[in-house]
Write a protein that binds this ligand. Structure first.
Ligand code: HSE
Length: 433
C-alpha cells in the first residue's frame, strides 16, 4: 500500500467538523478506493474549544498559514472562508510549497482564482474546489470533465441554498422573510455574513466559477449584474403562483455571438421547469450543451455533510493522483471573452406597480410602454377592485413580451415621473426556456 496521505484541515465550522467525521466514518472504504490511508495530522481553527470531534493525534495550529506551510502535511484543506485574509494567505502558502489545495471558498476563487490557478501550475500542485459550488452536487467535475466534449451555450441555476430555502418557505408557509433567514442561519446554511446570500453575491461568486469552466473563459466576477432577494414580498410570490410561475434566485451565464452574459437576479420560472420544482436548501443547475442537450443536476446546496462530501471527493482524487487542471485547461489557454452588459438583456418581465387611482393612469403606463415598443402580455389589478377612492394606490401586476432591460426601466421611470405610479416598481425577469 502507498504511504498515507497526511492532511491539514483549516476551519472546523460545520463543514470542517462534518469532514472530520466523514473521513473517520468512511476510512476503510476510502482506503480501498485510493489505496492509501487518509489521515488528518494537523488542524487549525479560531479557537481550541471542545467540539466533540475525535481529532486523534492531530496537531493544533493557531495560524492556518503555518499549517499550510508545514512539512508534516501532503495536502491542505481550506475551510475558513472569505476572499482575503487568513484563507488567502494559507492557500498561497500551501500552493507555493507545491502542496495540493482543496478549498470550498467560492469568494476566494472568484477574486483570486486565476492567480491561485497559476501558482498551482507553476508549483505542480493540484487545486481542487468541488465544494465551492452547489454544496454536494458534483457540478465542477461534471462541467470540467464529464461534459468536455460539449460546446456549452448556457448554464443557469439555483446556486444559493439559503435563498432557495427562504423563498420556498415564504411561498409554501406564508412566513416573513426575516423568520426564514433566521432558520437558515440556525441550520448552518447561511454565510457568516448573510448579506452574501440574500444580496446575490454568493450566487455571483459561484456563477463566475461555473462560467469559466463552461466557456473556457477567464473568471470575471466584476462583469456580473447582481440583484438579491431582499425586495421579494409575499404579494410577488402569490402573484407568481397565480400566473403559473415560482420566483427563484437564479445565476445565468449565456454565450452568444455578442459575448458572455452573466447575471444574478430573482426570476419568474414556469412551474413545470426543473428549476422551479427545486425547493428548500436544494440547488439545481441546468447546462445546455450542443451534444448533450439540457442536463439538470439537483441536490443539497449547503450544509455540513453535503459540502464535506464534495471536499472528500477532491481528497480522493488527489490521493489517487487523478488530477485535472483546475479550470479544465491551462490558465493561459482561458479566453478573455467579451462580456455583455445587463442593459442589453432581452426577455419578458413581471412588473408590480402601485398605480394611482385616477382616470388615465393605466393609459399613461400603456403609452410609456408603447413608446418603448414594449408589448403587454397580461395585466391584472390585485386587491380590492371596488370602493377605491381617488388618488389611493392600487396594486397592478403586468407581464410583458420580450423587451430589453433599458426599455422597461425607461418606460417605468417615465410612468413614475408622470405621476401614474407611486413607489419604486417591482421588476422581475421571466425565464422562458
Ligand atoms: N451560504 C451558502 C448557501 C453555502 O446558502 O448556498 C453553500 O455555499
Amino acid at each position: 500500500m502507498t504511504k498515507p496521505l497526511r492532511i491539514g484541515v483549516a476551519g472546523l465550522g460545520s463543514v470542517g467538523a462534518a469532514l472530520v467525521r466523514l473521513l473517520q466514518r468512511r476510512r476503510a472504504d476510502l482506503r480501498a478506493r485510493t489505496g492509501r490511508d487518509i489521515t488528518i495530522v494537523g488542524v487549525s481553527a479560531r479557537s481550541r474549544r471542545e467540539r466533540g470531534l475525535d481529532l486523534g493525534g492531530a496537531r493544533f495550529y493557531d495560524d492556518p498559514a503555518a499549517l499550510a506551510a508545514s512539512s508534516e502535511i501532503d495536502l491542505f484543506v481550506e475551510l475558513i472562508g472569505g476572499a482575503d485574509g487568513a484563507a488567502y494567505d494559507a492557500a498561497r502558502a500551501a500552493l507555493s510549497r507545491g502542496v495540493p489545495l482543496v478549498t470550498a471558498n467560492k469568494a476566494m476563487l472568484a477574486a483570486h482564482g486565476l492567480e491561485l490557478g497559476r501558482l498551482a501550475e507553476s508549483h505542480g500542485a493540484p487545486l481542487a474546489f468541488e465544494a465551492a459550488v452547489a454544496g454536494g452536487i458534483p457540478i465542477i467535475k461534471t462541467l470540467r470533465e464529464g461534459l468536455a466534449g460539449n460546446a456549452v451555450r448556457r448554464v443557469s441555476g439555483i446556486l444559493n441554498g439559503t435563498c432557495n430555502y427562504i423563498l420556498s418557505r415564504m411561498e409554501t408557509e406564508g412566513l416573513p422573510f426575516e423568520a426564514c433567514l433566521a432558520d437558515a442561519q440556525r441550520l448552518g446554511y447561511a454565510e457568516a455574513d448573510p448579506t452574501f446570500d440574500i444580496g446575490g453575491f454568493d450566487t455571483a461568486h459561484k456563477l463566475a466559477i461555473l462560467a469559466s469552466l463552461a466557456f473556457g473563459a477567464k473568471i470575471d466576477v466584476g462583469a456580473i449584474s447582481i440583484e438579491g432577494i431582499q425586495s421579494i414580498t409575499l404579494a410577488d410570490l402569490a402573484a407568481a403562483d397565480e400566473l403559473g410561475y415560482r420566483i427563484k434566485l437564479l445565476g445565468v451565464a449565456e454565450r452568444s455571438e455578442k459575448g458572455i452574459e452573466q447575471r444574478v437576479h430573482p426570476t419568474m420560472v414556469a412551474k413545470a421547469a426543473p428549476l422551479a420544482q427545486t425547493m428548500g436548501v436544494h440547488n439545481a443547475i441546468t447546462i445546455d450543451g450542443d451534444a448533450i442537450g439540457a442536463l439538470t443536476l439537483v441536490g443539497p446546496g449547503a450544509g455540513g455533510d453535503a459540502t464535506a462530501s464534495a471536499v472528500a471527493a477532491d481528497i480522493c482524487d488527489i490521493a489517487r493522483g487523478d488530477v485535472a487542471p483546475a479550470f479544465g485547461r491551462p490558465i493561459d489557454a482561458l479566453e478573455e471573452a467579451e462580456r455583455v452588459p445587463m442593459q442589453r438583456h432581452e426577455g419578458g418581465y413581471y412588473v408590480r406597480l402601485a398605480v394611482v387611482e385616477r382616470p388615465g393612469s393605466v393609459a399613461t403606463i400603456s403609452t410609456r410602454m408603447a413608446e418603448q415598443r414594449i408589448s403587454i402580455e397580461a395585466i391584472m389589478q390585485k386587491g380590492k377592485a371596488k370602493g377605491v377612492t381617488a388618488n389611493e394606490v392600487v396594486p397592478v401586476v403586468l407581464l410583458t413580451h420580450a423587451t430589453t432591460e433599458t426599455a422597461i426601466r425607461e418606460a417605468l421611470a417615465l410612468a413614475v415621473a408622470d405621476g401614474a405610479v407611486r413607489e419604486t416598481p417591482q421588476v422581475i425577469r421571466i425565464e422562458r426556456d
